[in-house]
Design a binder for this molecule. Sequence first.
Ligand code: IMP
Length: 337
Amino acid sequence: MPASVIVDALWGDSGKGKACAYLSRKYDAALAVRAGIGTNAGASVTLESGELIKARQLPTGWLNPRTRVAVGSGVLVDPRVFRDEVQRFGIGDRAMVDRRCAVITEQHIADELADDHLASRVGSTCTGNGHARADFILRRAQQARELPELEPYLTDVAAEVNRVAADADQLVIIESSQGTMLSLALSDDYPYTTSGNCTTASALNDVGLNWRHLSEVIMVVKAMPSRVGEGPLPYEISAAEAERRGISEYGVNTGRLRRKAIALDHDLLRYAAMVNGPTQIALTFGDHLDPRIRGARSTAAIGPQVRRVIAEVESATGAPVTLLDTGPRLDDMIELA
Ligand code: IMP
């Protein structure tokens, strides 16, 4: 079991963090690595105890105490967020950051908040990621290796991820961020995108993994998709309608009300499958589709409506739905394969 990548088919906020935590535990992963843009991502997981965990920088694989966690060199690192998560989650020396990561400064965040184009037109999370990436591309950003406070965590994540993935007995899980349809250069919605691509190939690039080590691509499909910020959202419903149905959602980072759709666009799913090459699908937020399934753990609970969506997703993506998420808790999951 060398390496598995978790990517999102659509606009993010789909439960990649939950999938990463779930799979890290199930397969006792040796290493979980964050790919994707940076701290604009927000992962949330509700533990079996009811405790809600929110993370923006580190992959949620740390929930398995035997899993080490790392941030790949292509991911922007905010040292305040990184250290806060290491301390808050008690990760200690299981945490690593690539020494070449570009650094998000408080100035980047201030610049983004004052950037009317990003803040108002694009609907950016204003977490400094776009401005930090621009500085990196212009070769004037700081790198993680320049910050004394990150010194204890610095490593060559690309070397580590390839070393672990080369061992047939160890699993590496790569947790991507955002979603395929927010990709800078692969979404048709520019400028309503994030500041890089969010696909399988970009995740490999973000962490420096040799593609030969990749064995599984788990593409997360949110059964009733959501979008934050501007840009098209097929089958969008009003905030009032989402409220009436009990499926309203708020952003982990920004607290913003997420725009919500009532159905999946099969053309977009086909496109996402074409560029990501999924070997499996995790269908998440199944309880938004059918509230009666909430918290279910057995296939017996799957009614005709959810079965129909599973069949449609499998037909559009050409990959089997192996995980069905049935609620916010980590163990609210049905395994289908
Ligand atoms: P930025 O990457 O923070 O500048 O945001 C650009 C666009 O991507 C905005 O529409 C954001 O709402 C969206 N976006 C960025 N990160 C996420 C995420 O983790 N989930 C969902 N949308 C995101």
